[in-house]
Every structure is written in C-alpha cells, then in structure tokens.
Design a protein around this ligand. Structure first.
Ligand SMILES: Cc1cc2nc3c(=O)[nH]c(=O)nc-3n(C[C@H](O)[C@H](O)[C@H](O)COP(=O)(O)OP(=O)(O)OC[C@H]3O[C@@H](n4cnc5c(N)ncnc54)[C@H](O)[C@@H]3O)c2cc1C
Length: 385
C-alpha cells in the first residue's frame, strides 16, 4: 500500500510550514487569548480554518486530506486551529443543520469570528451522557432551559455554546434529548471557572436559569438530539492532531536528550539504555497513532462517517500521550518533575507540566473505557455490557 503524499499535498504542507514558521513563534511561551484569536483570523484569511467545507459556507472545497495536513502542521507548531467551531460543531451542522443554521453559523466560524464551547457533561452525567438532566421546556417559539453543565472547556472565551437538554423526561433516555445552539450572552447563563492541578483554568461549571432559546436553534429533530450529538462526538474524536502533539513533545525531548551532559552526570540521556529504548518505543507508536488518524481523515474525505474508527484513534493516541509523558518523566529523573521557572528544570518544566496535563487526555472526549465500549459494540458487533 502506498502511504506517500502526492505532489500537491507535499507542496501544500510546505506552504503551511513556511507560513507557521514565519508568523507563529512557538517559543513565545504563554500568550494572551487575543494573540491566538488574531492569528486564527490570519489563518481564516487563507481559508485554512475550514478548508474542506463548501465555499458557500466559507470553506475552500479543499480535500479532507489537506485539512488534516493543516491541522497536523499547526499542532506540530503549537499554533491555534480555531477550537470547537471548525472541528466539532461546524462539521456537525454540515451533516444535521438546516440551511438557515448553516448560513448563520458556518461563515462566522470559517472567518474565525465566533468561538464555541460544548455543554454536554453534567455533574451526574459524563460517560453515561444520555442520563443528562438539564431541562428544556417549550414556551411558544422558544424553549426555556434550566440546569447545570460541568467541564465546559473554554466557556469563558466562547461566544456560543452547543448544549444537550432533556425535552421528554418520560421517553427512554436517548430518545428524550434535544440539541441546541445558544448565544453565551443570553440572560440566565453564568459560568464559574474550575482550576486544574497544574494551575490552568481551562474549564468551567456552566449554570442555566430560565434561559430562553429560539426553536430555530435546535439541531436535528425534537427529542432526537442524541443522534446529531454523536456525530459531533465522532468529529471530536477524529484527527491526526493527537499523534502530532505526541510527535512535538517527542522531538523536543529527543533534541534535549541528545545534548552533552543532558543527564547531568557527564552523560547524555540517550546514552542510557532504557531511555534509548523508550524513545524507540514512542517512535514506533507515533507512526501507529498517526496512521489511525490518517484513516479517519481518509474516511471523512470519502464521504464515510468514522465511528468506532474514530474511537480507536482517540483511545490509542490519548493513551500514547500519557505513555510518552511517563517515559519522559522517568528518563529525565527527579529534575523532570520541577516546575517552570525553576533554575534546574530541564526544558523550563515542560516535562512535568505535560505529565500532569496528559492525565486528562484519556478522560476528555469520552474516557478510554467508553471508547472501548464503542469499539466492542459498533466495531466488533458485541452486545452492550
Ligand atoms: C480536559 C477535559 C476537557 C473536557 N471538556 C469538556 C467540554 O468542553 N464539554 C463537556 O461537556 N465535557 C467536557 N469534559 C468532560 C468529559 O467528557 C467527561 O469528563 C468524561 O466524559 C467522563 O465523564 P465523568 O468525568 O463524569 O466520569 P464518569 O463517567 O463518572 O467515569 C468515572 C470512571 O468510570 C468509568 N466508567 C463509567 N462508565 C463506564 C462503563 N459503562 N464501562 C466502563 N467504565 C466506565 C469511566 O471510564 C471513568 O474511568 C472534559 C473533560 C476533560 C478531562
């Protein structure tokens, strides 16, 4: 089988690399959200944020493979890619949205103007998402929402939220859910940040009190929102970017480990046998993980909807981020756990930071157990456990 890129794809990758190297300084450290948004608008001007979308909605009618190359390169360069709009809710609207919804929401996403967050999880509903309790009740042309979401990533920066609500409490749980889009400025929405163990405040609790949303903002049919939301989840679990993120960390660690006296004992880290073998293991696994991601991209480009294939890619690559972080912290020894700012922290604490931040990678977007359940039922045809 020939896995090589064609001439146009190679040329496109070169152009993206050149642009990122010229305009995005990956060594700049922590930046203000405004810098990322500004850069996303530059990407949007090139049509790169949503390049595989139809031109009518602000895309470029490019291939999914090109879109995947862009996201892969952006991840390797630690550059922003537009968040959930281009990667989750936009693709879901292309499949399930009305023409009016597509006209209203896709162009601002493509232009980098709107930013989205996801209101799915609740304090009592994560893996068993269909048990969610946030209620929406019809009132004329509106629905009125009451309830609470949790782990809402980036709600503090979002202009819109896509949210699952219960609209028929008497129906079987998957069949009483409706899916809405809500302007975050709607009265009655309140957010409270949650601080993580490594200091970031990436996600929030989000509260809804008598929040009114027009019926036209419902995605898919009433009480059938679950089926549109699973499309969003399939897109969330897709992509070659997870393997690219591991590659980026690998490259950084490998460069450091080859420097003279990187082990601090007069030797290099790579002269130590277990470290050499650990690098070799990660090198093999990145290739495997990347191929999972490419398969999903190829399926999307050929009009197929990846489902258990997206779960395979997500499970493997999110676990790989943890294996890579664990191997790194072991090979960097006690210094590897030092935090940023410490004079003795190798790579300014990046290894320890990554070790802590990757803990969540097998929980976000559905846990590894949930992905394995999907693979067992939809991939292998086994009955539900
Ligand atoms: C970094 C990050 C970002 C997130 N961003 C968002 C967001 O933007 N929006 C949003 O809505 N949510 C978000 N989430 C929430 C995420 O989707 C949930 O945390 C996840 O689905 C797990 O749900 P839970 O935390 O309630 O754990 P639980 O469902 O309580 O699971 C606890 C443990 O039990 C296991 N388990 C549960 N059920 C089964 C089963 N049937 N079989 C086997 N094992 C099982 C799980 O695998 C897990 O190990 C985010 C989470 C993280 C970590």
């Amino acid at each position: 089988m020939d896995f090589s890129w064609n001439e146009e794809e190679r040329e496109f990758r070169g152009r993206v690399q050149q642009f990122l190297e010229q305009y995005w300084d990956r060594t700049a450290g922590e930046r203000a959200m405004g810098d990322a948004r500004k850069f996303e608008r530059q990407l949007a001007e090139h049509g790169w944020l949503t390049m595989a979308w139809p031109e009518a909605y602000g895309g470029r009618d490019a291939t999914h493979v090109e879109q995947m190359i862009f996201r892969e390169e952006a991840t390797l360069h630690e550059a922003p890619t537009g968040g959930m709009g281009p990667s989750m809710i936009g693709p879901c609207l292309i499949v399930h949205g009305t023409e009016e919804q597509k006209q209203e929401h896709l162009p601002p996403i493509a232009a980098g103007e709107s930013r989205w967050c996801q209101g799915f999880s609740e304090p009592g509903s994560g893996s068993d998402l269909a048990s969610l309790q946030t209620r929406a009740v019809r009132d004329g042309d509106d629905w009125v929402i009451n309830g609470q979401k949790i782990w809402t990533s980036g709600a503090q920066h979002a202009s819109w939220i896509h949210i699952l609500t219960r609209t028929d409490p008497d129906a079987p749980k998957h069949r009483g859910i409706s899916y809405f889009m809500l302007d975050m400025k709607t009265p009655g929405i309140a957010i409270r940040p949650i601080e993580q163990m490594h200091g970031a405040k990436g996600f929030n609790e989000t509260f809804f009190e008598d929040v009114r949303v027009p019926h036209k903002n419902m995605i898919g049919d009433e009480n059938r929102g679950w089926y549109a939301a699973t499309t969003t989840l399939d897109f969330e679990r897709s992509g070659a970017h997870r393997a690219a993120a591991v590659q980026r960390a690998f490259d950084r660690n490998f460069d450091y480990a080859r420097q003279a006296d990187s082990a601090g004992t007069g030797h290099r880290i790579v002269d130590h046998d277990p470290s050499r073998l650990a690098f070799a293991d990660t090198h093999i696994e990145i290739d495997v993980g990347r191929t999972f991601g490419y398969r999903v991209g190829w399926m999307q480009g050929n009009g197929l909807v990846p489902n258990y294939e997206a779960s395979m890619s997500k499970a493997f690559n999110s676990e790989l981020t943890q294996r890579q972080a664990r191997r790194a912290i072991n090979m960097f020894g006690l210094y590897g756990g030092l935090v940023a700012g410490s004079a003795r922290a190798p790579l300014d604490g990046a290894v320890g930071q990554e070790y802590m931040s990757t803990v969540s990678s097998t929980i976000a977007a559905g846990t590894s157990e949930v992905q394995r359940n999907i693979i067992a039922t939809r991939g292998l045809g086994l009955p539900r456990g």
